[in-house]
Design a protein around this ligand. Structure first.
Ligand SMILES: Cc1cc2nc3c(=O)[nH]c(=O)nc-3n(C[C@H](O)[C@H](O)[C@H](O)COP(=O)(O)OP(=O)(O)OC[C@H]3O[C@@H](n4cnc5c(N)ncnc54)[C@H](O)[C@@H]3O)c2cc1C
Ligand code: SF4
Length: 520
């Protein structure tokens, strides 16, 4: 092969229809795939997440070779591996003498900044293509966002419904409404359990990677024992099929419910496969719509699922690129408290937090309401530092990539962006968690008590949050009712709330250094 094109394929670009592959000739190209320590450990990602990414990369490389591509794969433990993209690119350029590099844009701001330096460093042209696996282009989102005072997902979502034609009846939304969320918010009934997830027994590739990760990343958070992520296109397809046939019909109704020890409920558990590129988001939505059209799943469930993907997922990605790099340091509520140690250990008497940390550690997964209304809500109410909270969320979930984690954490959960993403903070007292879960029944705190050492900490923290942020939030129209209620409470009781919350906050031990960063 004379002077090929070198095509770096990154760990979340594992799609055969990737722009840089579709536009290239296998006979004149070398695909470069790199397992590098700097990416695996720039924060100390959950062991399962690293194992999933490396295993999925190795499976994808094998599929590419089968399809006729030349793949140069650098394993983490290759003796000459320099540990960084820059070092591995320089070595690959030496090996293959390419005339140019072609790359699909990285999903992450930090890596895109790196890529901007590649051409000068390597002395070669670098062509960067837009990632068309997303439905909304950068240009379309920028156009939608410009001149809008408020970026509301709901309006963006309607545009995406029109663009894709999903659940459309001519120009109108199927069923006469865009959004069926009101039918999707049941609390758990006694004994509620989701069906078991399909099992993916580790094949030889995954087994080798699990051993590598246990050896090389021993001090990273998380357990590998329950590893059950689909790591190839065929496993991801089996996971999608199981969701569409078994859980989609009930997905909506229990979408917000939490049950101790029930880690997956009726959720898709497909975000890692989608984010890595093993599943195509639009294809999934079309298949979900087909289940509705065949009469196998109700409209409310299917609309809810499709909204998560073409609405929330696309919107979050648009917000990321519109607000970076400022979003990474945004702290509109001036929250400075260090992350408590129990986010890593789960050692707290708060039953809700302990269960959410447990599933996070065991599975590298917690579902949306656990992330938003337990772990995120606590971080918001307690005024935890957004940078430390974002690091935690980036480390612990198998689906966590900066473009999707950061807007969800800084924007949705913490209101650190000052309300760009959410029209009001997702702040809630223990009553919400009690309504949507069975956690409180087994908690040592009393969810009905408002103040004192036995009271649910979320109760006093809720008022502490509103009170201390009144200069920033009291003018928010959507918070008019809670602030009016707060003002009606007599001064003595208000003082008791604040004292109770302060006493609780004083008990929080900051996380020991080194969990999220450092040490590698
Ligand atoms: C604080 C916080 C942090 C989060 N961090 C991440 C993250 O790092 N990576 C990630 O993929 N999602 C993140 N989410 C969004 C959401 O919680 C996960 O996508 C979802 O829990 C994944 O599980 P699932 O596949 O079972 O999703 P389901 O609940 O079954 O939803 C179906 C699909 O919709 C998409 N989706 C739903 N909500 C969102 C959303 N808010 N943003 C983007 N996509 C969405 C996902 O692709 C998901 O697979 C976060 C949410 C919060 C509140
Ligand atoms: S009582 Fe409060 S701390 Fe305990 S589980 Fe319920 S909401 Fe969580």
């Amino acid at each position: 092969m004379t002077q090929p094109v070198l095509i770096p394929v990154l760990g979340d670009q594992l799609s055969h229809r990737l722009a840089s592959l579709v536009g290239s000739d296998p006979a004149g190209s070398v695909v470069l795939m790199m397992e590098v320590r700097r990416e695996a450990a720039h924060v100390k990602h959950h062991k399962s997440k690293i194992a999933l990414i490396f295993s999925a990369m190795r499976h994808f490389a094998a599929e590419l070779r089968e399809a006729g591509w030349t793949v140069d794969y650098v394993a983490l433990d290759h003796p000459d591996n320099t540990g960084s993209f820059a070092g591995e690119l320089a070595r690959a350029v030496d090996r293959h003498k390419p005339h140019a590099l072609r790359l699909t844009e990285p999903s992450e701001w930090r890596v895109r900044e790196d890529v901007a330096a590649w051409s000068a460093a390597l002395g070669l042209p670098v062509e960067v293509l837009e990632d068309d696996r997303f439905l909304c282009t950068h240009g379309e989102f920028a156009h939608w966002a410009e001149n809008r005072r408020e970026w509301r997902m709901e309006y963006f979502y309607r545009e995406m419904r029109r663009k894709t034609g999903l659940l459309m009846d001519g120009d109108h939304p199927e069923g006469g409404r865009w959004n069926f969320d009101a039918e999707n918010r049941s609390g758990p009934s006694p004994g509620l359990r989701g069906p078991a997830l399909p099992r993916f027994a580790p094949d030889a590739t995954t087994t080798a990677v699990l051993a590598l990760v246990e050896r090389e990343f021993a001090d990273h958070f998380g357990a590998l024992g329950a590893f059950n992520w689909p790591a190839s296109a065929s496993e991801a397809e089996a996971a999608a099929e199981a969701f569409l046939s078994e859980r989609l019909p009930i997905f909506g109704q229990w979408q917000d419910a939490m049950v101790a020890g029930e880690d997956f409920m009726f959720h898709a558990v497909l975000s890692p496969a989608i984010n890595l590129g093993l599943l195509d988001p639009l294809d999934l939505c079309r298949r979900a719509e087909a289940e509705y059209r065949k009469g196998n799943a109700p409209l409310a469930a299917v609309e809810g699922f499709i909204r998560q993907i073409i609405g929330w997922r696309e919107y979050i990605r648009g917000v990321y690129w519109q607000t970076m790099p400022g979003l990474a340091t945004a702290n509109a509520l001036d929250a400075r408290r260090p992350l408590p140690d129990f986010y890593w250990t789960g050692a707290t008497d708060m039953a809700c937090i302990a269960d959410c940390v447990r599933t996070t550690r065991d599975n590298a997964y917690a579902h949306h309401i656990q992330r938003l209304m337990v772990l995120g809500n606590f971080a918001l109410l307690a005024g935890l530092d957004p940078g430390q909270v974002a690091d935690w969320f980036l480390v612990v979930y198998a689906d966590a990539f900066d473009w999707v984690e950061l807007p969800n954490v800084a924007g949705m959960a913490l209101f650190a962006d000052g309300g760009r993403l959410a029209s009001k903070p997702y702040a809630a007292s223990g009553a919400y968690i009690n309504r949507m879960s069975n956690y409180c029944a087994s908690c040592r705190y009393d969810v009905k008590k408002k103040t004192g050492p036995d009271a649910c900490p979320f109760n006093a923290l809720y008022w502490h949050f509103l009170d201390r942020n009144a200069p920033t939030l009291a003018a928010n129209r959507r918070l008019a009712n809670p602030y009016a209620t707060w003002r009606r409470i007599d001064a003595g009781k208000r003082g008791a709330y604040i004292a109770s919350a302060d006493a609780f906050l004083d008990t929080l031990d900051p996380a020991r250094p080194g969990w999220a960063r450092g040490g590698d």
